[in-house]
Design a protein around this ligand. Structure first.
Ligand SMILES: Cc1ncc(COP(=O)(O)O)c(C=O)c1O
Length: 408
């Protein structure tokens, strides 16, 4: 076999398969109760609406355009629909401020490529979305912990970045129902982040993948909406908002988007021309077809199912978890984040849990840029029904209680 390592670029050394992903591949066995995948329940996909959409496309005059190359910015009627949708949450923009990506994951890759030179610093929450770390890693950045309670000065961030030979370029976060914790950033913290970003003169990357999935509580304006209100218009803002149809309609079509000021959009268009020319034409048309006819009804349907599963998971955790475990109480999204006593290891627990209790979850360490906090677990409630959730948490509670007793 060839020794590829010295031929590969240095950036490839940070592209590694995680042990956890390897372990989670075993989960296809039907007798496992899985809280591991952060994916939508396929039973909730609007398959009939998509069938109608593709059928309309193939039986109408649009078919040739749908099968043809198209513009890098994305399908105009879809961009218009998105501009109208985000206007409802205070993001006042034109369709030109909307750029279509192949899933919002592609937006993270492009934004990493656009902002990060090797050794620059990306500020991320501890923990953060693992896929964002994977996307940014290819651009060889350093990470620093984004503190949202205002206890770090701008100089503290600047000094840390300078020590590692670069400068702070952006802060990345999910403001609503984050992956992995399910938590929401409150209004005061959003305002503080905007002030910090002004001081540091950096971009804010607001990942809104779960934004539509609020089950209770008051909606808080997106950071981009607050930025627009402060600056008097989107062209003066520093926040780049990424959204997705993966959690609301279907992830397999790979349609996501970015909303931002024109200088950012223009660069993203150039990057897309070089990377994949454009996202799938026909899938963008199908998404627009389905969204414009029934987006709100689809979102209402999935919210009613997921909110019951969220309630079931929280009730089961209350019932079965030992006293010294704690967890988040998310108002939306797909995840609950469990913290176990110090010294426990989520990865070890997963191996035991799969072997003896047949319950899966994701150990939390992978979501920390510094690999800390092994005593955490990400539990997704999106794909299990209420009875399975109760049974799975009962088994897990037993396993954790026994592990705590054995360690004492
Ligand atoms: C926080 C967050 N951002 C982005 C993505 C990427 O999703 P997609 O590329 O399907 O839009 C995910 C997927 O799980 C996610 O959890």
């Amino acid at each position: 076999m060839l020794d590829w390592e010295h031929i590969f670029a240095t950036r490839s050394s940070r592209m590694r398969a995680s042990e956890i992903r390897e372990l989670l591949k075993l989960l296809d066995q039907p007798d496992i109760i899985s809280f591991a995948g952060g994916i939508p329940d396929p039973a909730l996909f609007p398959d009939v609406a998509f069938k109608e959409a593709y059928s309309d496309i193939f039986s109408g005059a649009q078919v040739n355009a749908a099968l043809q190359y198209s513009v890098s910015e994305g399908y105009k009627p879809l961009r218009e629909w998105i501009a109208r949708d985000v206007a409802k949450i205070g993001i006042d923009c034109t369709p030109d401020n909307v750029f279509i990506t192949s899933g919002s994951q592609q937006a993270l890759d492009y934004l990493g490529k656009l902002f990060l030179s090797p050794n620059d610093t990306a500020l991320v929450t501890w923990p953060t979305y693992l896929g964002a770390l994977s996307a940014f890693n290819a651009y060889e950045p350093n990470y620093d912990q984004l503190s949202l309670n205002g206890n770090r000065t701008p100089d503290a961030y600047r000094d840390t970045a300078a020590k590692t030979g670069g400068s702070v370029k952006f802060a990345y976060l999910s403001a609503d129902f984050s992956n992995p914790t399910g938590e929401t950033i409150d209004l005061a913290a959003r305002e503080r982040l905007l002030a910090l970003a002004d001081e540091l003169d950096i971009a804010i990357l607001e990942d809104a993948a779960y934004q539509h999935l609020r089950y209770d509580g008051e909606a808080i304006p997106p950071i981009l909406a607050l930025d627009i209100a402060r600056r008097g218009g989107i062209e003066n803002t520093r926040t780049i908002y990424s959204g997705s149809f993966s959690k609301t309609l279907a992830p397999g079509l790979r349609v996501g988007f970015v909303v931002a000021a024109m200088p950012v959009i223009r660069k993203l268009v150039l990057m897309k021309q070089a990377a994949d020319l454009h996202s799938s034409t026909i899938n963008q048309i199908a998404i627009e077809h389905v969204a414009s006819r029934g987006f709100d009804a689809q979102v209402a349907k999935i919210k009613s199912v997921y909110s019951k599963r969220r309630d079931a998971m929280l009730a089961a955790l209350d019932k079965y978890m030992p006293k010294n475990a704690t967890w988040t109480r998310p108002e939306g999204g797909m995840f609950v984040w469990v913290t176990l006593p110090e010294g426990m290891d989520g990865a070890e627990l997963l191996a035991k849990s799969i072997a003896t209790e047949k319950v899966a979850f994701v150990p939390g360490r992978a979501f920390y840029a510094d690999g800390s906090n092994a005593n955490t677990l990400r539990m997704s409630f999106s794909c299990a029904d209420e009875a399975m959730i109760d049974e799975g948490i009962k088994r897990l509670g037993r396993l954790i209680s026994n592990a705590i007793r054995a360690a004492a």
